[in-house]
Design a protein around this ligand. Structure first.
Ligand code: 9UX
Length: 72
């Protein structure tokens, strides 16, 4: 069963940043879908909790120099 979450994104300064984050997350194992909203500086992720944790999603985003707030 898919888990859906919305996280604030830090470090996005142009729309290309949003595309990078979206591609990176979408390619991560366990991620069904990722949608970055540049205007609201958030990312919506649908993922399989058995395959990937929010902490691992955060690490993936940090690998390319951004961050997400995973504390709800
Ligand atoms: Mo825009 Mo983002 O020129 O990493 S792509 S700032």
């Amino acid at each position: 069963k898919l888990e859906k979450a919305t996280y604030p994104v830090e470090g996005m300064t142009c729309a290309s940043c949003a595309n990078s984050i979206q591609s990176m997350l979408s390619a991560r194992e366990g991620v069904h879908e990722a949608n970055v909203n540049f205007a609201s500086k958030t990312v919506q992720v649908a993922y399989q909790p058995e395959a990937v944790t929010p902490a691992q999603l955060r690490e993936t985003v940090q690998e390319i120099g951004f961050d997400i707030l995973i504390e709800q």
